[in-house]
Design a protein around this ligand. Structure first.
Ligand code: DLL
Length: 431
């Protein structure tokens, strides 16, 4: 069963729809968003130059930094009275990235996400346990609104309070679980400690997982422990939130809602298209969004595209589960972080140098971030109190700026290993 006709368009029809929508979007951003007008003018491009899908390659890229530079509303293409929702994520210099939606955008968002719920057979008789962050993060509300659109009963449980989550899931007879892969494992571990039998005590029929990468091994483990099918969801706030792509039961790849989000795969170094089926960086253009249309957004996510028809009947192009990043972004417990953000926090603290290392590991099934920071020479203190105070200050500033808990380890000057080339800022032991 397919939720929406567009998911089974012929390639020819899909391309026609895409071209029309790209042309319309390009016209709108050129006339409404000074940032794009300037970029187009610099490149000598006029909206009329976009005559075929290939012409999209003439257009400039948009990066996360562009959203920050235009904080908060500089890239919006509508007046604020048309914006009905704002989401945001943490930022390098204290400036977050901000995204805005019109009522029409909200309708698109809940529709594309509903398409994905539909792939897992979700319907109005279901009860969704939505164990993903609510608030400024697009996760919680993104799933919530789609479920409501489908008249599914939603339990907006968000994250944390694991024991209570399990109790609610059992007593409220939840049939669908939505969460991040790492929280799914953490919940399972808690359930085991508390004597639950996940397969017998709960009435779940399927689970939706996303917001962070999950290897095939991890997916299999989650499937096995919970005893329900695993449906993957991919998305990013700059494009819309969860709902850009999702997995059906016939493929381990994710159908991209390409009538709304036009995908390209480029070599991240040359920025030229890779051969069909090869891996590269996913670049997305929103082609129907009104509030914050984005041209050729460099997601940083490495994947490949597969245009072969799917047994589920959908004809939309499928992306491989994300295999890595083209930049140094890390995801810790669902929160996206760049080392430069940590550096920025440290640069405002007396007594520590900018020689640091981020060590990522697992505590049980949850991500753990340890930050090793070298003291400055003049901070070499024997006072335990003073060092504790400094640790607490770093921890608090990181929490306030990046919304994550870091274990801080203060180390001697020059003790973090130096490398000949790029500094090794991240040691990821989670794999
Ligand atoms: O993580 C939206 C989302 C929430 C998607 C819940 C799915 C489920 P951001 O916080 O903007 O938005 O982070 C976007 O997270 O560029 C990827 O690097 C990563 N990501 C999201 N989904 C997946 C996935 C949400 N299924 C960034 N696999 C993206 C791997 C993912 N990485």
């Amino acid at each position: 069963m397919i939720y929406c006709k567009a998911e089974s368009y012929t390639r020819k029809r899909m391309q026609r729809v895409q071209l029309e929508n790209i042309q319309e979007t390009v016209k709108r951003v050129y006339s409404l968003v000074p940032f794009y007008k300037e970029k187009f003018d610099d490149l000598g491009i006029n909206p009329k130059d976009i005559e075929s899908l290939d012409d999209i390659r003439k257009l400039p890229f948009t990066k996360k930094q562009d959203l920050r530079n235009n904080y908060p509303y500089g890239l919006f293409a509508v007046d604020m009275d048309e914006i009905v929702r704002i989401h945001s994520s943490s930022g390098t210099t204290g400036k977050p990235t901000v995204v805005g939606y019109t009522a029409k955008d909200m309708n698109i968002w809940s529709e594309v996400m509903a398409r994905i719920f539909y792939m897992g057979g979700v319907n109005s008789s279901d009860i969704l346990h939505n164990a993903i962050g609510y608030g400024l993060f697009t996760g919680g509300l993104g799933f919530h609104e789609a479920a409501q659109r489908m008249k599914v009963a939603v339990i907006p449980s968000s994250t944390g309070f694991t024991s209570r989550q399990l109790l609610l899931m059992k007593d409220f007879k939840a049939t669908v679980l939505n969460t991040t892969p790492s929280f799914a494992l953490h919940m399972a571990e808690t359930a085991k400690k508390e004597g639950y039998n996940l397969k017998k005590d709960l009435q779940l029929k399927c689970g939706f997982y996303g917001g962070e990468p999950a290897s095939k091994g991890l997916k299999d483990e989650i499937k096995d422990i919970w005893g329900i099918p695993f449906y993957e969801v991919y998305g990013l706030s700059e494009i819309i939130g969860p709902g850009v792509a999702g997995g059906c039961k016939h493929s381990d790849r994710l159908h991209i809602n390409e009538d709304h989000f036009y995908p390209e795969i480029l070599d991240p170094d040359t920025l030229e298209p890779v051969k069909e089926g090869e891996r590269g960086e996913l670049v997305l253009t929103t082609i129907t969004k009104q509030g914050l249309p984005i041209i050729r957004y460099r997601t940083g996510d490495i994947t490949s595209l597969d245009f072969t028809p799917c047994r589920c009947g959908r004809t939309t192009v499928k992306m491989e589960s994300v295999v890595g990043r083209s930049d140094d972004m890390i995801i810790v417990g669902g929160v996206n972080i760049f080392p430069s953000q940590i550096e920025h926090v440290l640069s405002n603290i007396e007594g520590v140098s900018l020689n640091y290392q981020i060590i990522l590991d697992k505590k049980g099934y949850l991500d753990k971030l340890e930050l090793d920071v070298e003291l400055t020479d003049n901070m070499m203190s024997d006072s335990v109190n003073e060092l504790q105070k400094l640790k607490a200050e770093i921890q608090k500033d990181i929490l306030n700026n990046l919304y994550i808990h870091a274990e801080i380890k203060l180390v001697q000057p020059n003790s973090i290993q130096r490398s000949a080339g790029k500094a090794v800022r991240i040691i990821d032991k989670r794999k």
